[in-house]
Every structure is written in structure tokens, then in C-alpha cells.
Design a protein around this ligand. Structure first.
Ligand code: TMP
Length: 209
């Protein structure tokens, strides 16, 4: 049995990642593959406990370095309990966010530095990176307007000013250049079905489905 593939979806707020993760997982199931759909922060019962602990408090409650360790602790649980066993049995894993979120949000956006993020990641998963990372990229004003129209959903960084979100967008584009062999940039300002088609094409092309 060959190892499965690990695909991650990344992007700022309002890019439609959650919906597209579900659609992509269904697309792969229709290709006859064994698929595990998951998310971060979370993706295993023990990791979801840590998600609640982390997201329950307003920004500023946790020391920023503590925050990196909370996220990495949740990530280790996610990897050991969900991702690694699935890949070992040959399943394909599709995750809504992974370590590039920590690189973009904590490392660059919040200014802690990529070095701290990469060092702590090296403790939990040395050398492990996704096979493919799909970056849903869109102008900040479009993403924030979509979030506002959705209403009710109060995530950690949605209240931040648009310059934080600009920094985040640039951070992701920088990561896409740094890891250009595994990143594909998808224009997420298109309509939902066009974005879905672009994601499917990227996956087909990368894995020759
Ligand atoms: P979600 O809205 O995609 O579920 O993510 C919840 C928030 O957590 C979102 O604002 C992004 C943030 N986040 C980080 O800051 N660092 C991380 O490593 C991850 C996975 C998420």
C-alpha cells in the first residue's frame, strides 16, 4: 500500500476555504479515493479541545510564544491521531489550514518570525510538509466584505484592521514563492464554482488524476 497524499488549503479570512475543502474532498471521493477531510486548529478530538482553549480567549490573553506552542501541541495531536494513520493506510488527507497558517499568521502577520515557527514545528514533525498546498488568494477588501455579509462568525483575527490582512496576504504570497514546488495560487475572487474547478484542475495536474 503506497502512502496517501496530504493536501492543504490556505488563505486569509473570507476566501471560502471551508466550503472548498468539503467540495475538494467530495471530488476526490468521486475519483474512488479513500479521503479524510480535516481542519486546523483541530482535526482530532484532543486537538479540538486545544482549539477551544485557544479560541475561547480574546487576542492578547495568551503570550504570543505560548500561542505558538498551543497551536503546535494541537498540530502534533492532529498529526499523530488523524493525519499520519490516514496517510499510512493510503488515504488522501485534505486539511483546511496547516503549518503555513502559523507561518503566515504568527510568523509574519503577528511578527514573531518564521524562525520561531519553523523551530517549534521541527520539534513536532521534522521534515514533514504537505504534498500540495492550495492558496486561495483574494483582495483583502473582497475577503472582508464576504466575512461581513456572512455575519455572526467572530474569528480571532477578523476584527483586525485591513493592514493586518494585507500583511497576511503578502505573507502567504511570500510563502508560495518560498515553497513554489508545492504551492498553487488560486484566484479566490472568482465565483464559487470557478474556484472549485480551478482547485480540481490543480489537483488533477499535480497528481495526474
Ligand atoms: P478558521 O477560521 O480557519 O477555523 O481558523 C480560526 C483562526 O485561527 C483563523 O483566524 C486563523 C487562525 N489560525 C492561526 O492564527 N494560526 C494557525 O496556525 C491556524 C491553523 C489558524
Amino acid at each position: 500500500m503506497s502512502r496517501g497524499k496530504f493536501i492543504t488549503l490556505e488563505g486569509g479570512e473570507g476566501a471560502g476555504k471551508s466550503t472548498q475543502t468539503t467540495l475538494l474532498a467530495n471530488f476526490l471521493r468521486n475519483e474512488g479515493l479513500d479521503v479524510v477531510q480535516t481542519r486546523e486548529v483541530g482535526g482530532a478530538p484532543s486537538a479540538e479541545v486545544l482549539r477551544d482553549v485557544w479560541l475561547d480567549k480574546k487576542e492578547g490573553y495568551w503570550d504570543p510564544i505560548t500561542e505558538i506552542f498551543l497551536i503546535m501541541a494541537a498540530r502534533r495531536e492532529h498529526l499523530v491521531k488523524t493525519v499520519f494513520p490516514a496517510l499510512a493506510r493510503g488515504a488522501w488527507v485534505v486539511s483546511d489550514r496547516f503549518v503555513d497558517s502559523t507561518r503566515a499568521y504568527q510568523g509574519i502577520g503577528l511578527g514573531l518570525g518564521l524562525d520561531k515557527v519553523d523551530k517549534s514545528y521541527d520539534l513536532i514533525a521534522p521534515g514533514f510538509e504537505p504534498d500540495l498546498t492550495l492558496l486561495l488568494d483574494l483582495p483583502v477588501n473582497v475577503g472582508l466584505a464576504r466575512m461581513a455579509s456572512r455575519g455572526g462568525h467572530d474569528d480571532r483575527y477578523q476584527q483586525k484592521k485591513s493592514d493586518f490582512h494585507e500583511k497576511l496576504r503578502e505573507a502567504y504570497l511570500t510563502l508560495a514563492r518560498k515553497y513554489d514546488s508545492r504551492f498553487r495560487i488560486i484566484d479566490a475572487s472568482m465565483g464559487q464554482s470557478a474556484v472549485t474547478a480551478a482547485l480540481e484542475n490543480a489537483v488533477r495536474e499535480r497528481f495526474r488524476l
